[in-house]
Design a protein around this ligand. Structure first.
Ligand SMILES: *Cc1c(COP(=O)(O)O)cnc(C)c1O
Length: 312
Protein backbone atom coordinates (compact mmCIF):
# COMPACT_ATOMS: atom_id res chain seq x y z
CA UNK A 1 0.00 0.00 0.00
CA UNK A 2 1.11 3.55 -0.48
CA UNK A 3 2.41 5.57 2.41
CA UNK A 4 -0.37 7.81 3.68
CA UNK A 5 -1.81 5.18 5.94
CA UNK A 6 -5.50 5.25 5.32
CA UNK A 7 -6.00 3.63 1.96
CA UNK A 8 -8.03 0.73 3.24
CA UNK A 9 -10.38 3.15 4.89
CA UNK A 10 -10.50 5.09 1.67
CA UNK A 11 -11.72 2.10 -0.28
CA UNK A 12 -13.97 0.58 2.35
CA UNK A 13 -17.19 -0.41 0.55
CA UNK A 14 -19.18 1.47 3.19
CA UNK A 15 -17.49 4.70 2.21
CA UNK A 16 -18.95 4.25 -1.25
CA UNK A 17 -22.37 3.17 0.00
CA UNK A 18 -21.87 -0.31 -1.50
CA UNK A 19 -24.11 -2.85 0.22
CA UNK A 20 -22.53 -6.30 0.52
CA UNK A 21 -23.07 -9.17 0.42
CA UNK A 22 -25.52 -8.90 -2.46
CA UNK A 23 -28.70 -10.92 -2.08
CA UNK A 24 -29.33 -14.32 -3.62
CA UNK A 25 -32.79 -15.38 -4.67
CA UNK A 26 -34.05 -18.64 -6.07
CA UNK A 27 -35.83 -18.41 -9.37
CA UNK A 28 -38.84 -20.67 -9.60
CA UNK A 29 -39.50 -21.50 -13.23
CA UNK A 30 -41.13 -24.66 -14.53
CA UNK A 31 -38.84 -24.79 -17.57
CA UNK A 32 -35.82 -25.11 -15.31
CA UNK A 33 -37.59 -27.55 -13.00
CA UNK A 34 -38.38 -29.71 -16.02
CA UNK A 35 -34.67 -29.79 -16.84
CA UNK A 36 -33.77 -30.70 -13.26
CA UNK A 37 -31.89 -27.42 -12.79
CA UNK A 38 -32.02 -25.14 -9.76
CA UNK A 39 -31.17 -21.53 -10.56
CA UNK A 40 -30.21 -18.87 -8.06
CA UNK A 41 -29.73 -15.24 -9.01
CA UNK A 42 -26.81 -13.45 -7.35
CA UNK A 43 -28.13 -9.90 -7.35
CA UNK A 44 -24.93 -7.91 -7.77
CA UNK A 45 -26.97 -5.42 -9.78
CA UNK A 46 -28.42 -4.15 -6.49
CA UNK A 47 -25.25 -3.27 -4.56
CA UNK A 48 -25.06 0.38 -5.64
CA UNK A 49 -26.97 2.55 -8.13
CA UNK A 50 -23.81 4.01 -9.71
CA UNK A 51 -21.31 1.22 -9.00
CA UNK A 52 -23.25 -1.89 -9.91
CA UNK A 53 -22.03 -5.40 -9.65
CA UNK A 54 -18.84 -6.36 -11.31
CA UNK A 55 -17.83 -2.74 -11.92
CA UNK A 56 -17.48 -2.20 -8.16
CA UNK A 57 -15.76 -5.57 -7.67
CA UNK A 58 -13.24 -4.71 -10.38
CA UNK A 59 -12.58 -1.16 -9.17
CA UNK A 60 -12.32 -1.90 -5.46
CA UNK A 61 -8.61 -2.80 -5.21
CA UNK A 62 -7.70 -0.37 -7.96
CA UNK A 63 -9.20 2.47 -5.91
CA UNK A 64 -6.88 1.56 -3.04
CA UNK A 65 -3.90 2.30 -5.29
CA UNK A 66 -5.03 5.63 -6.72
CA UNK A 67 -3.67 7.87 -3.98
CA UNK A 68 -4.24 11.48 -4.96
CA UNK A 69 -3.88 10.95 -8.66
CA UNK A 70 -6.64 11.28 -11.21
CA UNK A 71 -7.94 8.04 -12.69
CA UNK A 72 -7.67 7.64 -16.46
CA UNK A 73 -9.50 4.85 -18.22
CA UNK A 74 -10.91 3.74 -21.56
CA UNK A 75 -14.23 2.70 -23.02
CA UNK A 76 -16.73 2.79 -25.86
CA UNK A 77 -19.38 5.48 -25.93
CA UNK A 78 -21.83 3.23 -24.07
CA UNK A 79 -19.36 1.86 -21.56
CA UNK A 80 -20.78 0.99 -18.13
CA UNK A 81 -17.19 1.00 -16.92
CA UNK A 82 -16.59 4.67 -17.80
CA UNK A 83 -19.72 5.67 -15.95
CA UNK A 84 -18.86 3.58 -12.89
CA UNK A 85 -15.30 4.93 -12.81
CA UNK A 86 -16.62 8.48 -12.94
CA UNK A 87 -18.91 7.77 -9.98
CA UNK A 88 -16.11 6.08 -8.02
CA UNK A 89 -13.73 8.98 -8.63
CA UNK A 90 -16.29 11.45 -7.36
CA UNK A 91 -16.88 9.39 -4.21
CA UNK A 92 -13.13 8.99 -3.70
CA UNK A 93 -12.52 12.71 -4.27
CA UNK A 94 -10.20 12.39 -7.27
CA UNK A 95 -10.62 13.48 -10.87
CA UNK A 96 -11.42 11.06 -13.69
CA UNK A 97 -10.54 11.12 -17.37
CA UNK A 98 -12.43 8.95 -19.83
CA UNK A 99 -10.77 8.12 -23.14
CA UNK A 100 -13.68 7.37 -25.46
CA UNK A 101 -13.30 5.28 -28.62
CA UNK A 102 -14.19 7.11 -31.83
CA UNK A 103 -15.51 10.55 -32.69
CA UNK A 104 -17.43 12.87 -30.36
CA UNK A 105 -21.19 13.07 -30.85
CA UNK A 106 -23.27 15.86 -29.40
CA UNK A 107 -25.47 15.87 -27.50
CA UNK A 108 -23.76 13.27 -25.34
CA UNK A 109 -25.59 9.98 -25.01
CA UNK A 110 -27.11 9.35 -21.56
CA UNK A 111 -24.25 7.08 -20.53
CA UNK A 112 -21.51 9.66 -21.24
CA UNK A 113 -23.73 12.46 -19.92
CA UNK A 114 -23.93 10.57 -16.64
CA UNK A 115 -20.14 10.16 -16.57
CA UNK A 116 -19.70 13.90 -17.13
CA UNK A 117 -22.26 14.65 -14.41
CA UNK A 118 -19.96 12.73 -12.04
CA UNK A 119 -17.12 15.04 -13.07
CA UNK A 120 -15.39 12.91 -15.69
CA UNK A 121 -13.39 14.76 -18.35
CA UNK A 122 -13.81 13.11 -21.73
CA UNK A 123 -11.31 12.89 -24.53
CA UNK A 124 -11.85 11.06 -27.79
CA UNK A 125 -9.46 8.74 -29.56
CA UNK A 126 -9.68 7.65 -33.20
CA UNK A 127 -10.26 3.95 -33.64
CA UNK A 128 -6.82 3.03 -34.97
CA UNK A 129 -5.04 4.76 -32.06
CA UNK A 130 -7.58 3.25 -29.69
CA UNK A 131 -6.57 -0.24 -30.79
CA UNK A 132 -3.06 0.60 -29.53
CA UNK A 133 -4.31 2.34 -26.38
CA UNK A 134 -2.40 0.15 -23.93
CA UNK A 135 0.97 0.58 -25.68
CA UNK A 136 3.66 2.72 -23.98
CA UNK A 137 3.62 5.15 -26.91
CA UNK A 138 -0.09 5.99 -26.54
CA UNK A 139 0.04 5.94 -22.73
CA UNK A 140 3.03 8.32 -22.73
CA UNK A 141 1.16 10.75 -24.95
CA UNK A 142 -1.81 10.61 -22.55
CA UNK A 143 0.49 11.18 -19.54
CA UNK A 144 1.98 14.18 -21.34
CA UNK A 145 -1.49 15.67 -21.65
CA UNK A 146 -3.14 14.64 -18.40
CA UNK A 147 -0.23 14.24 -15.99
CA UNK A 148 0.58 11.25 -13.79
CA UNK A 149 -2.73 9.42 -13.67
CA UNK A 150 -3.69 6.03 -12.30
CA UNK A 151 -4.50 4.10 -15.48
CA UNK A 152 -7.21 1.46 -15.46
CA UNK A 153 -7.49 -0.60 -18.65
CA UNK A 154 -10.60 -0.82 -20.79
CA UNK A 155 -13.47 -2.55 -19.02
CA UNK A 156 -11.57 -2.22 -15.74
CA UNK A 157 -10.02 -5.68 -16.15
CA UNK A 158 -6.55 -6.01 -14.66
CA UNK A 159 -4.96 -8.15 -11.94
CA UNK A 160 -6.50 -6.08 -9.13
CA UNK A 161 -9.90 -6.44 -10.78
CA UNK A 162 -9.46 -10.20 -10.94
CA UNK A 163 -8.73 -10.26 -7.20
CA UNK A 164 -11.89 -8.29 -6.52
CA UNK A 165 -13.96 -10.71 -8.59
CA UNK A 166 -12.38 -13.69 -6.80
CA UNK A 167 -14.02 -12.30 -3.64
CA UNK A 168 -17.36 -12.57 -5.38
CA UNK A 169 -16.81 -16.33 -5.62
CA UNK A 170 -16.18 -16.54 -1.87
CA UNK A 171 -19.26 -14.44 -1.21
CA UNK A 172 -21.39 -16.82 -3.30
CA UNK A 173 -19.97 -19.87 -1.53
CA UNK A 174 -20.88 -18.36 1.84
CA UNK A 175 -24.51 -18.21 0.65
CA UNK A 176 -24.95 -21.20 -1.69
CA UNK A 177 -23.36 -24.44 -2.80
CA UNK A 178 -23.56 -24.15 -6.58
CA UNK A 179 -22.16 -26.69 -9.01
CA UNK A 180 -21.91 -24.05 -11.71
CA UNK A 181 -21.51 -20.28 -11.48
CA UNK A 182 -22.58 -18.38 -14.61
CA UNK A 183 -21.57 -14.85 -15.58
CA UNK A 184 -21.68 -12.72 -18.71
CA UNK A 185 -18.37 -11.92 -20.43
CA UNK A 186 -17.19 -8.66 -21.93
CA UNK A 187 -13.46 -8.39 -21.27
CA UNK A 188 -13.12 -11.53 -19.11
CA UNK A 189 -12.11 -10.05 -15.75
CA UNK A 190 -15.20 -11.26 -13.96
CA UNK A 191 -14.87 -14.87 -15.13
CA UNK A 192 -11.12 -14.87 -14.49
CA UNK A 193 -11.68 -13.90 -10.84
CA UNK A 194 -14.74 -16.06 -10.24
CA UNK A 195 -13.00 -19.18 -11.50
CA UNK A 196 -9.89 -18.46 -9.44
CA UNK A 197 -11.96 -17.92 -6.30
CA UNK A 198 -14.27 -20.93 -6.48
CA UNK A 199 -13.57 -24.11 -4.58
CA UNK A 200 -12.52 -27.28 -6.35
CA UNK A 201 -15.36 -29.21 -7.94
CA UNK A 202 -17.22 -26.07 -9.01
CA UNK A 203 -16.95 -24.51 -12.42
CA UNK A 204 -17.70 -21.25 -14.16
CA UNK A 205 -19.57 -20.93 -17.43
CA UNK A 206 -19.17 -17.52 -19.05
CA UNK A 207 -21.48 -16.26 -21.79
CA UNK A 208 -19.91 -13.98 -24.36
CA UNK A 209 -21.82 -10.77 -25.13
CA UNK A 210 -19.68 -10.35 -28.25
CA UNK A 211 -19.62 -12.15 -31.55
CA UNK A 212 -16.55 -14.28 -32.13
CA UNK A 213 -15.00 -17.57 -31.12
CA UNK A 214 -12.21 -18.24 -28.68
CA UNK A 215 -10.75 -14.77 -28.19
CA UNK A 216 -12.18 -14.38 -24.70
CA UNK A 217 -10.63 -17.68 -23.55
CA UNK A 218 -7.28 -16.07 -24.36
CA UNK A 219 -8.26 -12.91 -22.43
CA UNK A 220 -9.33 -14.87 -19.32
CA UNK A 221 -6.20 -17.03 -19.42
CA UNK A 222 -3.97 -13.96 -19.79
CA UNK A 223 -5.69 -12.17 -16.90
CA UNK A 224 -5.30 -15.18 -14.62
CA UNK A 225 -1.65 -15.52 -15.56
CA UNK A 226 -1.08 -11.81 -14.95
CA UNK A 227 -2.74 -12.12 -11.54
CA UNK A 228 -1.57 -15.48 -10.23
CA UNK A 229 1.26 -16.51 -12.53
CA UNK A 230 -0.83 -19.39 -13.85
CA UNK A 231 -4.35 -20.40 -14.82
CA UNK A 232 -6.69 -21.25 -12.00
CA UNK A 233 -9.99 -23.00 -11.52
CA UNK A 234 -12.37 -24.58 -13.97
CA UNK A 235 -14.04 -22.36 -16.54
CA UNK A 236 -15.33 -22.31 -20.08
CA UNK A 237 -16.85 -19.65 -22.30
CA UNK A 238 -19.90 -20.16 -24.46
CA UNK A 239 -20.03 -18.08 -27.66
CA UNK A 240 -23.49 -19.07 -28.90
CA UNK A 241 -25.67 -16.43 -27.30
CA UNK A 242 -24.36 -13.06 -28.52
CA UNK A 243 -27.64 -12.49 -30.45
CA UNK A 244 -25.89 -10.76 -33.35
CA UNK A 245 -22.98 -9.10 -31.56
CA UNK A 246 -22.21 -6.57 -28.84
CA UNK A 247 -25.27 -4.50 -27.84
CA UNK A 248 -27.29 -6.05 -30.70
CA UNK A 249 -30.83 -7.27 -30.28
CA UNK A 250 -32.65 -10.23 -31.70
CA UNK A 251 -36.37 -11.05 -31.73
CA UNK A 252 -35.60 -14.09 -29.58
CA UNK A 253 -33.77 -12.00 -27.00
CA UNK A 254 -36.56 -9.42 -26.90
CA UNK A 255 -39.14 -12.13 -26.40
CA UNK A 256 -37.02 -13.65 -23.64
CA UNK A 257 -36.72 -10.32 -21.80
CA UNK A 258 -40.46 -9.62 -22.01
CA UNK A 259 -41.36 -13.14 -20.89
CA UNK A 260 -38.88 -12.97 -18.02
CA UNK A 261 -40.33 -9.66 -16.80
CA UNK A 262 -43.86 -11.10 -16.90
CA UNK A 263 -42.93 -14.31 -15.10
CA UNK A 264 -40.49 -12.96 -12.54
CA UNK A 265 -41.07 -9.22 -12.29
CA UNK A 266 -37.42 -8.52 -13.10
CA UNK A 267 -36.40 -6.27 -15.98
CA UNK A 268 -33.13 -7.60 -17.37
CA UNK A 269 -30.14 -5.65 -18.57
CA UNK A 270 -29.93 -6.61 -22.24
CA UNK A 271 -26.33 -6.11 -23.31
CA UNK A 272 -24.95 -8.79 -20.99
CA UNK A 273 -27.37 -10.25 -18.47
CA UNK A 274 -30.29 -11.19 -20.73
CA UNK A 275 -27.92 -12.93 -23.12
CA UNK A 276 -26.45 -15.00 -20.31
CA UNK A 277 -29.84 -16.00 -18.95
CA UNK A 278 -31.18 -16.87 -22.41
CA UNK A 279 -28.13 -19.10 -22.75
CA UNK A 280 -28.71 -20.79 -19.39
CA UNK A 281 -32.33 -21.55 -20.30
CA UNK A 282 -31.36 -22.94 -23.70
CA UNK A 283 -28.57 -25.08 -22.26
CA UNK A 284 -30.96 -26.39 -19.60
CA UNK A 285 -33.58 -27.14 -22.23
CA UNK A 286 -31.24 -29.20 -24.37
CA UNK A 287 -29.80 -31.06 -21.39
CA UNK A 288 -26.34 -29.53 -21.12
CA UNK A 289 -26.66 -29.49 -17.32
CA UNK A 290 -26.99 -32.84 -15.55
CA UNK A 291 -30.22 -33.29 -13.59
CA UNK A 292 -29.76 -31.92 -10.08
CA UNK A 293 -27.34 -29.17 -11.13
CA UNK A 294 -27.43 -26.06 -8.93
CA UNK A 295 -26.53 -22.89 -10.82
CA UNK A 296 -25.76 -19.45 -9.45
CA UNK A 297 -26.06 -16.78 -12.14
CA UNK A 298 -24.37 -13.47 -11.41
CA UNK A 299 -26.64 -10.58 -12.33
CA UNK A 300 -23.80 -8.18 -13.06
CA UNK A 301 -25.94 -5.13 -13.75
CA UNK A 302 -29.45 -3.84 -14.17
CA UNK A 303 -31.15 -1.97 -16.98
CA UNK A 304 -30.11 1.66 -17.16
CA UNK A 305 -31.88 4.51 -18.90
CA UNK A 306 -28.53 5.29 -20.51
CA UNK A 307 -27.72 1.76 -21.61
CA UNK A 308 -26.58 1.03 -25.14
CA UNK A 309 -29.34 1.54 -27.67
CA UNK A 310 -30.56 -1.81 -28.84
CA UNK A 311 -30.23 -2.63 -32.51
CA UNK A 312 -27.41 -0.36 -33.66
C1 LIG B 1 -18.99 -4.65 -17.89
C2 LIG B 1 -20.08 -5.64 -17.72
C3 LIG B 1 -19.85 -7.03 -17.91
C4 LIG B 1 -18.54 -7.58 -18.45
O1 LIG B 1 -17.65 -7.98 -17.46
P1 LIG B 1 -16.15 -8.39 -17.85
O2 LIG B 1 -15.45 -8.51 -16.57
O3 LIG B 1 -15.62 -7.23 -18.68
O4 LIG B 1 -16.17 -9.63 -18.65
C5 LIG B 1 -20.89 -7.89 -17.64
N1 LIG B 1 -22.10 -7.44 -17.24
C6 LIG B 1 -22.36 -6.13 -17.08
C7 LIG B 1 -23.73 -5.71 -16.67
C8 LIG B 1 -21.36 -5.18 -17.32
O5 LIG B 1 -21.63 -3.87 -17.19
Amino acid sequence: MRGTGNHWDRNDPRRFGVRLPSAVSRLRDERLTAAGVTLWLKRDDLIHPDLPGNKWRKLKYNLAEVGDRDILTFGGAYSNHLRATAAAGRLLGVGTIGVVRGEPHLPLNPSLARAVSHGMRLTYMDRSTYRRKHTPEVLDALAERFGDCYVVPEGGSNALAVRGCAELAAEIEAQLAPDVVCAPVGTGGTVAGLAAGLSRGRRVVGFSALKGEGFLDRAVADLQTETYGRQRGSWEINYEFHHGGFAKRSARLDAFVVDFAVRHGIELERVYVAKMLSGIYEMARRGDFAAGTVIAAVITGGPEPGAAPIGR
